[in-house]
Design a binder for this molecule. Structure first.
Ligand code: N01
Length: 529
């Protein structure tokens, strides 16, 4: 059967854009469908005040084009959402991507036609297209979670979700604001909202660890030096578990004398950012080591927050780094402001949202605006919103009822010619997303090229290889403390979601090696027909 395109790509974030570019370079035809009006994915939707990336801008960038790398000028250590969105738009223009992207169009269904060996794709605008391949590029944190709190629809004022923020922005000047949630999005936005609002009430279910960003404008001399040495920096980053170039101290925290340990933590703290978790190599492997880092951060809260009761409430009790570590600018300081109140809801859920605010622990709180900083149905949420059906009409939703299973986080048994960029079972959210995306896109593009050269029409993983990979993902998860708490990594934030540690935590280098071995052995673990 002739198809409309070689590939349909779902989503025009960084993954979808680069996938389109690579396929075009190799002479394939592709059409991207994107729900938003523009490119940028997560950076298109997450426009809440204070949104910025917690990976340094010079590393959170594409490396596939040396020219792009050299011409783009990042202005801050951690780029703001508007700057990253400008970068995404620059890439779309520079590589002339828009002509193959259909905006404001959401794919609703993708069904594999076994007689034609093609995917039949439907959109909410009535498009019906056929493609040999479907490639999902929907992002891991792109399906906002609005918790089913009773009375949500009763609230008379505006309600905003950090993951779907109004494009025109929101001015909270003179308003009273209630914020539910204290994850990364809340920790970034609360300090800014507090500067605008007449009063801000923060409803905290779980206190979170955060490290200072120490953000600053980038020194042009530093940028010149990075640009002169980009390939070397990228190579070092690829050799690190998180795909980020920072130095990991190989020592054990608990085996290091206390004074020396504290010096190392202080050094990392004053440098700022996620590299704090690389202070010692066993922080996520050993409870006692983890506690040394947790206690260090806890002590910092009491140095900053003046009211001891508030400091106590802000003090996380769980393992540091188990939930995703946050990076902030002035978060704890914000709770010294007279117009900010912290309400602990750890022991009882919010009873209900009311017309004028909410009721929690038997008390009513009134505010003009409600902000839900309540996160996402991570990793599988966006994928399963699309009605994806493989062989025999089996739905991916049913196939993954007990949790996602994939081969390399890229392909699924029973779903031929379907690729999931940064899908569950790949390093994705545990790494710098940009290099992880590029590695997946390159794998897929090379695979399609090999298939074309060999006259192969269909690729699909075999059950045995998928089971072995799922076993490896599970074994890696069991070694670390990261799989032990209630986080979105294990689906714990979504009622009824199966508890499975979804990303591959064996590290970026081990993952790249696994993919390379598969290719070297002639796409081992796949059936090619
Ligand atoms: O979401 P989250 P997020 N009642 O799930 C609370 C990336 N990111 O949008 O912890 C009351 O972390 C929930 O409480 P609890 C990054 O990977 C990156 O902040 O479940 N509270 C929690 O406090 C990040 O990890 C960047 O007890 C409820 C909060 O809402 C991921 O996105 C910036 C509740 C949700 O926190 C998600 O971050 C932003 C309820 N019913 C995000 N339901 C950077 O690059 C949920 N909560 C810096």
């Amino acid at each position: 059967m002739s198809t409309d395109f070689d590939a349909v790509i779902i989503g025009a974030g960084f993954a979808g854009m680069y996938m389109l570019h690579r396929l075009r370079q190799k002479g394939f035809t592709a059409r991207v469908f994107e729900a938003g009006e523009g490119v940028g994915g997560t950076w298109y939707w997450n426009r809440y005040p204070g949104a910025r990336c917690d990976v340094e801008s010079v590393q959170y960038s594409y490396q596939f084009s040396r020219e792009l790398e050299q011409e783009w000028e990042w202005t801050e250590r951690y780029a703001t959402q508007p700057e990253i969105l400008r970068y995404a738009n620059h890439v779309a223009d520079r590589f002339d991507l828009r002509r193959d992207i259909r905006f404001e169009t959401r794919i609703t269904a993708a069904v594999f036609d076994e007689t034609a060996n093609a995917w039949r794709v439907e959109t909410d605008k009535g498009d019906r297209v056929a493609a040999r391949f479907v490639i999902t590029a929907m992002g891991c944190l792109s399906s906002p979670n609005t918790p089913k709190i009773p009375g949500l629809e009763d609230f008379k004022g505006p309600t905003y979700h950090t993951g779907n923020w109004p494009h025109e922005g929101v001015d909270f000047t003179g308003k009273t604001v209630g914020v539910i949630g204290t994850g990364s999005s809340a920790i970034q936005s609360i300090p800014i909202m507090a500067q605008q609002a007449s009063h801000l009430t923060v409803f905290q279910r779980t206190a979170n660890y955060t490290v200072p960003a120490h953000n600053r404008p980038l020194d042009p001399a530093y940028v010149r030096q990075v640009k002169a040495n980009y390939p070397e920096m990228r190579r070092r980053a690829r050799s690190k578990p998180a795909g980020i170039d920072f130095t990991i101290n190989p020592a054990s925290a608990i085996a290091t004398p206390e004074a020396e340990r504290r010096r190392e933590f202080e050094k990392r703290w004053s440098y700022g950012g996620l590299g704090f978790m690389a202070s010692f190599s066993d922080l996520l492997l050993n409870d006692d080591s983890n506690k040394t880092a947790a206690d260090f951060v806890r002590s910092k809260i009491f140095e900053v927050v003046k009211d001891p009761r508030t400091a106590e409430l802000l003090t996380p009790k769980n393992i540091i780094g188990c939930k995703r570590l946050c990076v902030d600018t002035g978060y704890w300081e914000t709770f010294n402001r007279p117009n900010v109140t912290l309400v602990d809801i750890s022991d009882a859920p919010i009873e209900r949202i009311t017309a004028s605010g909410l009721r929690a622990r038997g008390q009513d709180y009134a505010f003009d605006c409600l902000v839900l900083a309540t996160g996402f149905d991570a990793m599988t949420g966006a994928l399963l919103k699309v009605d994806i059906r493989g062989r025999g009409g089996v739905a991916l939703r049913d196939k993954w009822r007990e949790g996602p299973k994939s081969y390399l986080g890229l392909t699924v048994v029973g779903f031929p010619n379907l690729f999931t960029i940064t899908g569950p079972g790949s390093p994705s959210v545990l790494t710098n997303m940009l290099p992880s995306i590029e590695q997946h896109v390159d794998f897929i593009a090379d695979c399609l090229e090999t298939m074309r050269a060999r006259g192969v029409n269909v690729i699909e993983p075999v059950e045995k290889a998928q089971e072995a990979w799922v076993g490896q993902v599970g074994d890696a998860a069991n070694i670390t403390l990261r799989s032990t708490c209630s986080s979105w990594y294990v689906g714990a934030n979504i009622p009824g979601k199966p508890r499975v540690f979804m990303p591959y935590i064996g590290g970026f280098p081990a993952y790249i090696a696994a993919c390379e071995t598969v290719v070297k052995n002639g796409y081992e673990g796949f059936a090619l027909a």
